[in-house]
Design a protein around this ligand. Structure first.
Ligand SMILES: Cc1cc2nc3c(=O)[nH]c(=O)nc-3n(C[C@H](O)[C@H](O)[C@H](O)COP(=O)(O)OP(=O)(O)OC[C@H]3O[C@@H](n4cnc5c(N)ncnc54)[C@H](O)[C@@H]3O)c2cc1C
Length: 314
């Protein structure tokens, strides 16, 4: 029976929502699942981790994310527990950690997967800025995968309590050290995990006008994104940028307001389940890609839409 490792990501001690997708993915098929979690106290997370065979709790004096320490620790765990494959979320941390881990254990890594078959060690991922989907097969050795958030249907945690084993954080001197993590002042919802995103483009005209999007986001419990043109113009912060050189998002609903639909923006949000576009130009490319389009001035449409949504959502 194959042994699968899952890197469970915490953000300030909070269990990231996308971990549930990794767990759901690992529940499919007949393999032993080992969840690795770096924390001082594993008890608050055990309910979420029901059904996995083993939880490997990594403890140490300073558990803050340090790439070298985490990669060395995971490499040791993979060797000790003889894990055949290992998955992480394709988050900022997953993107940083897993390539280091792959280099350390000299294994293949498929990043940003839209689906993974852990038995066959196959994965599907976008390539060439999302123009193509490529199927990858990891041959031999250990297989590492990072999985894009919001692609795996979540199944409820079920099964017995896992056995908890402990491991120690690698305490060697790291070659790189994270000295500061800057929290975005504005962003309350993590865009990469958001189920709904309202994004604004150059047509927002000014930073103050983003309050229209924030109002809408409050009604929908959504995140607020932006095009690069809006970021470059100083209307929105860089961490809000969606696209090729920004964040790749995958919400259930993406509302693009005053965004033309350039390919570099589109690759960052094309896997959204439903795309709604508001644009005053009926010829705007975004309408070719949107499921629903509203031709109109966003400054008129947005307040009306917000009021209607408020009524509809009670
Ligand atoms: C290497 C590279 C990387 C890039 N990476 C990214 C990236 O990551 N993300 C990204 O977004 N872009 C990226 N770009 C830029 C991209 O090519 C576009 O320039 C950018 O996405 C355009 O942003 P926009 O749609 O907001 O602006 P515009 O193209 O100027 O479009 C504004 C739209 O708003 C509409 N409009 C105007 N007024 C109103 C109104 N009152 N109501 C309704 N609609 C209105 C217009 O009809 C128009 O369609 C990249 C470009 C390059 C070369």
């Amino acid at each position: 029976m194959a042994k699968i490792g899952l890197y469970i990501e915490l953000q300030d001690g909070v269990f990231k929502k996308s971990n549930r997708e990794l767990l759901s993915l690992a529940r499919k098929g007949d393999h032993a699942v080992h969840a690795v979690i770096f924390c001082a106290d594993v008890r608050p997370y055990l309910e979420e981790l029901q059904g996995v065979q083993t939880v490997i709790q990594v403890s140490g004096a300073d558990l803050s994310y340090q790439p070298d320490r985490y990669a060395c620790t995971l490499a040791t765990i993979i060797e000790e527990f003889q894990l055949d494959a290992c998955c992480a979320i394709y988050s900022a941390q997953g993107k940083d950690l897993f390539p280091r881990l792959a280099a350390k254990i000299k294994s293949g890594l498929v990043s940003d997967c839209l689906s993974v078959d852990l038995e066959k060690r196959q994965a599907l991922k976008p390539v060439y800025s999302g123009k193509l989907l490529a199927e990858y097969q990891v041959e031999g050795g250990r297989a590492l995968f990072t999985v894009r958030p919001n692609v795996v249907p979540v199944t409820p945690a079920a099964g017995g309590q896992p056995e908890v084993k402990s491991a120690s954080l690698h305490d060697g001197e790291p070659r790189t050290r994270i000295v500061q993590v800057m929290q975005s002042a504005a962003q309350k919802v993590d865009l990469t995990e958001a189920e709904i995103i309202v994004s604004g483009g150059r047509a927002m005209k000014a930073q103050e006008n983003f309050c229209l999007l924030e109002d809408m986001a409050r009604v929908l419990d959504a995140g607020v994104g932006a095009s690069r043109a809006a970021v470059d113009a100083g209307f929105a912060s860089a961490d809000m940028q969606v696209g090729q050189t920004g964040k790749v998002v995958n919400p259930k609903l993406y509302i693009a307001c005053g965004i033309s639909g350039a390919i570099q923006h589109f690759v960052g949000m094309k896997t959204s389940k439903v795309i709604v576009a508001i644009n005053k130009d009926p010829e705007a490319p975004i309408f070719k890609k949107a499921d629903y389009g509203i031709v109109g001035d966003l400054f008129t449409v947005l307040p009306l839409l917000k009021e209607e949504l408020k009524k509809a959502l009670g």
